[in-house]
Structures are given as C-alpha cells and as structure tokens.
Design a protein around this ligand. Structure first.
Ligand code: FPP
Length: 273
C-alpha cells in the first residue's frame, strides 16, 4: 500500500478497487455529520474474521481472541447506530463452525449470552431491534432463551436493525426456501411460474430486509464463506487486513468512505445512471 503526503492518491489496497482515490487520514464520525447521508450504505454485513490469529499474535488462547472480538462487536454496533446505518448483519456463527472443538463452540455461545445480557438494555435505549437468521433451533436452550428475550425487549426499536447470523449457512437458507416453494407448488398453492425473484426472496430468512450494500471482511481473507449468497449479488466488498478484534471505529469509517466512492451500476453503464 502506497502512502502519500498529499492526502489523495490512486492506489490499490485490499479494501479498495483499482483506480479508487484513497485518503491518507482516517475519516472521523464528524465527517459523516450532515453530509450526503443518502450515500451511506443502508445495510452493512460483516464477516468477523481473525479472532484466532489475533490471539496467537498476542500469545493468548483462541477464546481470548473471541472475547476481544466481542468488544469489537460492541464498538461496531454503536458506531453504526451513531452514523445512521439502518441494518447491520454480523456473521457470528456459521453452520460450519459447529465442527470446531466443543470447548470453543461452548465459549462462543457463552460470549453470545454475555453480550445479550450486557447489551440488551443499551440496544433498547438506542432503538436497535435485534433479529437473527440461521438455524437458531440448533443452539442450546439458554442461548435461544436469551435471544428470544432480547428480541422481545428490543422489538420496538425503529432506528437500526441488528441481525445476528447464528448457525447460518447461505446454501442452507436457499435450500430451505426452495423446499418451502416446492411444497407450495406440489400442494397446488403456487404454480412454478409464480416463483419470481420477489416470491423467492419472501421465503428467505432475510425477507423484508434490503440486500447488503456493503460487505466488510476482516483479516485479509477474500471469500464470502457461505454468507448471504443470494443477497450479495450486487453488494460492494471491502476487504481489510485488520484482524476482527482490532477492527475499530476508524476502520469502519474507512470501509464506509471506500463504499461512498464506488459507482454502483447494477449492470448498467455509467451514462445510464
Ligand atoms: C472468526 O474468527 C470468528 C468467529 C468464528 C466467531 C465470531 C465471534 C465473535 C466476534 C465474538 C462473539 C460474537 C458476538 C455477536 C458477541 P476465527 O476464529 O475464524 O479466526 P482465525 O481465522 O484467525 O482462526
């Protein structure tokens, strides 16, 4: 990554597109006050990766990395709410994560309960509504109970929706929608030609939620790892080398600033926009 004393330059970094202008200094929250809020992403999705590597780097166990990662979750939720992001989806536990050592899975579930216990009140006070996607029925009962209670407690939230993807897999979600539609077709409730894009989307777990405008993935990995496969058809991607536990307000603002410089064409030409 090239640095310049002039402030703006053309550069390629993991978080950017070729030819995109790069600003040297980090944007601050005040940069987003009163300016061009229409150009903010409405929905940000995040693959929070690198907790294990962060722990290793600090000569700690993996669970300490997840614990620090939970702090980054708190910061990210607060900052998104402050800026005016309407939807934030966090990939907290994938369907594949069940295959991790039992002790790590259990620690992740405990951290989730801790988060819900410590944040429920703040979520409610800040108008943040909690939702989940994924096969939450597979989570152990206390986790399900805390999720139910927090969703109930925050259900009036109108300012932001926080969606936790838990035991989530994009392919599973698509299969589940396909099965539900097949059942309706075979029961004669829906003709196959009635399965439009809109009807299909109504059968996804994200029904009613706009597609993510921006995906952030931390830790220098360039994959979508079975996350929101249908929904990310036109999402802008921001990849950063920062490990999730180090992901802070400044890095989030950098991701948003990069997004704001993208031209979203949705298959059209620049002239048509
Ligand atoms: C990926 O890092 C992270 C996860 C699988 C879990 C994410 C969980 C948290 C951020 C903490 C708890 C969440 C909430 C919502 C309170 P990794 O373990 O795959 O890292 P590595 O690739 O460096 O090993």
């Amino acid at each position: 990554m090239k640095e310049s004393r002039q402030g703006w330059e053309i550069a390629i970094t993991p978080g950017m597109c070729y030819g995109q202008k790069k600003r040297k200094t980090s944007p601050t929250v005040s940069d987003f006050n009163g300016i061009d809020r229409e150009n903010l992403p409405r929905h940000i999705a995040v693959i929070m990766d690198g907790n294990g590597r962060w722990a290793k780097k600090h000569a700690l166990g993996r669970i300490a990395g997840h614990r620090k990662g939970a702090e980054a979750v708190r910061t990210t939720v607060r900052t998104c709410r402050e800026i005016g992001i309407q939807y934030l989806t966090l990939y907290a536990f994938s369907v594949e994560n069940w295959m991790r050592p039992a002790r790590e899975v259990s620690a992740l579930m405990d951290l989730l309960i801790d988060y819900l216990q410590s944040e429920a009140r703040e979520l409610r006070e800040r108008g943040i509504r909690l939702q989940t996607i994924g096969n939450t029925a597979a989570l152990r009962e206390p986790v399900q109970r805390f999720l139910r209670e927090t969703m109930e407690e925050t259900k009036e939230g109108r300012d932001m929706v926080l969606i936790l993807a838990l035991s989530y897999g994009g392919r599973d979600e698509i299969l589940q929608a396909a099965r539900a539609l097949a059942a309706k077709c075979s029961a004669g409730l829906l003709p196959p030609e009635g399965i439009s894009k809109e009807v299909f989307e109504e059968h996804l777990q994200t029904a009613g939620v706009p597609d993510p405008d921006l995906l952030i993935r931390t830790s220098g990995e360039f994959r979508i790892s079975n996350f929101l496969l249908w929904q990310m058809a036109y999402t802008e991607f921001f990849f950063t080398d920062v490990l999730w536990p180090d992901f802070d307000r400044a890095e989030l603002l950098r991701a948003i600033a990069a997004y704001r410089q993208r031209e979203r064409r949705f298959g059209l030409t620049s002239e048509q926009l």
